[in-house]
Design a protein around this ligand. Structure first.
Ligand code: NAI
Ligand code: MG
Length: 474
């Protein structure tokens, strides 16, 4: 059921979408398939709720979010199991996602009353000041890879600033979003503040992002859909935050602590089956250690096993057959172009053949202009590239149209600073990698990776607008 104006709601048409578990492809639930009229109702509910919610003192909105964080924590096992079943991710990852969601609601529960305006020196006889005001109704279009986490970063920041919400989760992973909206009601959020509509992107998502009653749109997903959403929002000249994925490099210099780097390099692309916007999908390796690092990675890739979410192996199934086929097609294209596969993982024997599994693949010596070097694969596929020196590394790192995250592995302190400044990415990690945690850290892209920033205090600025007030008391 959707949650509209504080109540469960089907689609007005009565239409539903079957929900299958990626681990076995079997249908286990259904969700309403919303269309324009359903979106109208949800946006109207959010509009009605807005004036009153914006007038709730910031610290009280914070308390509601803090209460929600406790309820998410109290229901952690149920939420982790539901997320794993809906997305095919190992239960361990489902638990990590719940823990991150708890932190987001907790962080924004404590942050919203700490955003201050300014007083500005102005003409004699005048006082000028600024307020941060909510946009109004925020539309959040959420992808299927980390629904609990991405919903929490959107809802936490939007609600902390006094916006009301209409959220459209992905048709492939809507179940935990519905559950969180129920918990938000239990936490005490007034009816109409946190609405959830479910349905297909091209119908429900398109209707929501182009709705005249929406004041701001935030989206995480593919660049192509980001373009469609921006065009829809542009019809009403509404602002947007876009988080559109990446082709994030990890740069390994010859002096790096390889024992520390290797497990992180593997995890950065295997976590969630590689279906992570910040996946470290390119590893650039300085020539003197190229063979050694490639060999060590190959050894690890060979041992990686994909299997059912309950089995909690290295990775689960991919989200659906289309995604599995997309990944398989990109790998096949690279193979037929002569790019060398250094290692392949396996699919567990206990994995049902009706599930959407794809065994990890490691490519070596990838030409920088190959499709797999330039395009987001969103699967467990890692590409290795040798480089000659620092200049070459930076050129390669910046050679795609994306710029979300980068990792730098070197013990040379001056080089850490030089490279971190020159890599075009919204987040740079030095001798570390990972954006999934770190709710405090501003996150977002350059270039095709999008614009606007989520997470941390920065998100509170995206989720509000500055109002300047000038008093003439001369
Ligand atoms: P998508 O970007 O189309 O879907 C994400 C969300 O957008 C879903 O909620 C979907 O219902 C909605 N949507 C789709 N079309 C829409 C439209 N016209 N208007 C409004 N909302 C719309 O991603 P998709 O097709 O599921 O996956 C394709 C590729 O996108 C993946 O292989 C991956 O490369 C990328 N992707 C990146 C994500 C990230 O975190 N950066 C997340 C999901 C996908
Ligand atoms: Mg699902």
């Amino acid at each position: 059921m959707q949650i509209v104006d504080g109540k469960p709601a089907g689609a007005l048409s009565g239409e539903t979408i079957d929900i299958a578990c990626p681990s076995d492809g079997r249908v286990f639930a259904s969700i309403p398939a919303a269309a324009d009229a359903d979106i109208d109702l949800a946006v109207a509910a959010a509009r009605r709720a807005f004036e009153r919610f914006a007038a709730v003192p910031a610290f009280e909105r914070g308390r509601l979010l803090t209460r929600l964080s406790r309820l998410v924590e109290d229901n952690a096992e149920e939420l982790a199991a539901l997320e794993s079943r809906d997305t095919g991710k190992p239960v361990r990852q489902g638990r990590a996602d719940v823990a991150a969601a708890v932190r987001y609601y907790e962080f924004y529960g404590g942050a919203g009353d700490k955003i201050h305006g300014q007083t500005i020196p102005f003409l004699e006889g005048y006082t000028a000041l600024t307020l941060r005001e909510p946009h109004g109704v925020v539309a959040g279009i959420i992808p299927w890879n980390y629904p609990l986490q991405i919903l929490a970063r959107v809802a936490g920041a939007a609600l902390a600033m006094g916006n009301t919400l209409v959220v459209k989760p992905a048709e492939d992973a809507s179940l935990t979003t519905i559950r969180i909206a129920e918990l938000a009601l239990e936490a005490g959020f007034p009816a109409g503040v946190f609405n959830v509509v479910t349905g297909y992107g091209a119908k429900a998502g398109a209707a929501l992002s182009g709705h005249h009653g929406v004041d701001y749109v935030t989206f995480t997903g593919s660049p192509a859909t980001g373009t469609a959403i921006q065009q829809a929002a542009a019809r009403n000249n509404r602002g947007v935050t876009m988080e559109l994925g990446g082709k994030s490099p990890q740069i390994v210099f010859a002096d790096a602590d390889l024992d520390k780097a290797l497990p992180v390099l593997v995890n950065a692309v295997i976590q969630n089956g590689g279906q992570t916007c910040s996946a470290g999908s390119r590893v650039l390796i300085e020539r003197p250690v190229y063979e050694r690092v490639a060999g060590a990675l190959a050894e690890r890739f060979q041992k990686l096993v994909a299997g059912p979410h309950e089995a909690d192996l290295d990775l689960g199934a991919l989200i659906n057959a289309k995604q599995r086929d997309r990944v398989a097609a990109m790998v096949a294209e690279a193979e037929s172009a002569g790019i060398k596969i250094l290692a392949r993982g396996t699919v567990s024997r206990e994995a049902p053949s009706s599930g959407y599994y794809f065994a990890p693949v490691l490519f070596g010596d990838v030409p920088p202009d190959a499709t797999i070097a330039q395009e987001e694969i969103f699967g467990p596929v890692l590409s290795l590239f040798p480089f000659d020196d620092e200049e070459d590394a930076i050129r390669l790192a910046n050679s795609t149209d994306y710029g979300l995250v980068a990792g730098i592995w070197t013990l040379d302190g001056a080089r850490q600073h030089r490279v971190a400044k020159r890599v075009r990415a919204g987040q740079v990690f030095v001798n570390a990698y990972g954006a999934g945690g770190g709710v405090e850290l501003p996150f977002g892209g350059f270039k095709r990776s999008g614009h606007g920033r989520e997470k941390g205090f920065e998100a509170l600025y995206d989720m509000s607008a500055t109002k300047t007030i000038v008093f003439n008391h001369g």
